[in-house]
Design a protein around this ligand. Structure first.
Ligand code: NDP
Length: 251
């Protein structure tokens, strides 16, 4: 009997993660949806995956906590019935616009805990659990970086930009480490994407207001990012590893 391939999406209850989880379900993946605060939203995603014919499991957990990440992988494997084939390390936070001089240590530490340590713990479980022989279809880790890592985030969120710079560096190193294990490692760097993250930064209308600075003159959608994530997870990207792919409308 053919079984579906299995994917875990961290931060799958909202925004880009939710779009990726729903799209994966619609394309025949079994999906593990990690959520932190909003169980109802995660259950809704799982229901949609099941309606599309796949298995789905929802898993509470904070990616900033090592023990939570290990448990998230354990529960994903148990709930979906086997080894994962793809992981979307999407969970990430932003924070209100501030100059570095005004940032508290608590803010900077939390940014690094979620966006850097969370990415490390997630990537490490991929390295430990997802290796496979070269003659099998490859496993795929897709991390969510940000165009902020090269734009810098001056006067807004240099802490966030630095945390996403770490994701670029992790991609460069880990893609080489894991290539012989038949695990591909790539990063998507979204630009201005319409999700709730902008309300956290300080202005829910930010994508629309800043659209004139985007060469394509509009913000992107979570679905447009999810398309590139799902492509990198698929066998269509079988020779792509170590890529840091901007999805920015040219920004
Ligand atoms: P949202 O704020 O809309 O969603 C973030 C998701 O991550 C939520 O489901 C949230 O769950 C979850 N999450 C946050 N912290 C944790 C944690 N510690 N553990 C587990 N889950 C967590 O963000 P987006 O969808 O916009 O962003 C997704 C990714 O894309 C992030 O890494 C972000 O940095 C990146 N990105 C987004 C851009 C954009 O313009 N939208 C641009 C560039 C990069 P909960 O609500 O329960 O906390």
């Amino acid at each position: 009997m053919m079984t579906n391939r299995r994917i875990l999406v961290t931060g799958g209850s909202r925004g880009i993660g939710r779009a990726a989880a729903l799209m994966a379900g619609a394309r025949g993946w079994d999906v593990a949806v990690n959520w932190r605060n909003d169980e109802d939203a995660a259950l809704e995603v799982a229901e949609a995956v099941r309606a599309a014919g796949g298995k789905a499991v929802t898993i509470q957990g904070d990616v900033a906590l090592e023990a939570d990440v290990i448990r998230i992988f354990d529960e994903a494997e148990r709930g979906l019935g086997g080894r994962l084939d793809a992981v979307v390390a999407n969970a990430g936070i932003a924070a209100p616009t501030l100059s570095l001089a005004d940032m508290t240590a608590e803010r900077i530490e939390r940014m690094m805990q979620v966006n850097v340590l969370g990415m490390f713990y997630t990537a490490r479980e991929v390295a430990r659990r997802m290796k496979r022989p070269m003659d099998e279809p490859s496993a795929s880790l897709v991390m969510l970086g940000s165009a902020a890592s090269r734009l810098g985030g001056a006067f807004q969120y240099v802490d966030y930009a630095v945390s996403k710079g770490a994701v670029d560096a992790l991609t460069n190193g880990l893609s080489k480490e894991l290539a012989p294990d038949n695990i591909r490692v790539n990063t998507i760097r979204p630009g201005l994407i319409e999700t709730e993250i902008h309300a956290v930064i300080g202005d829910a209308d930010r994508p629309r207001k800043l659209a004139s600075g985007v060469p394509m003159l509009r913000p992107g959608s979570a679905d447009e990012v999810a398309e590139t994530i799902l492509w990198l997870c698929s066998d269509a990207a079988s020779y792509v590893t170590g890529a840091i792919l901007d999805v920015t409308g040219g920004r």
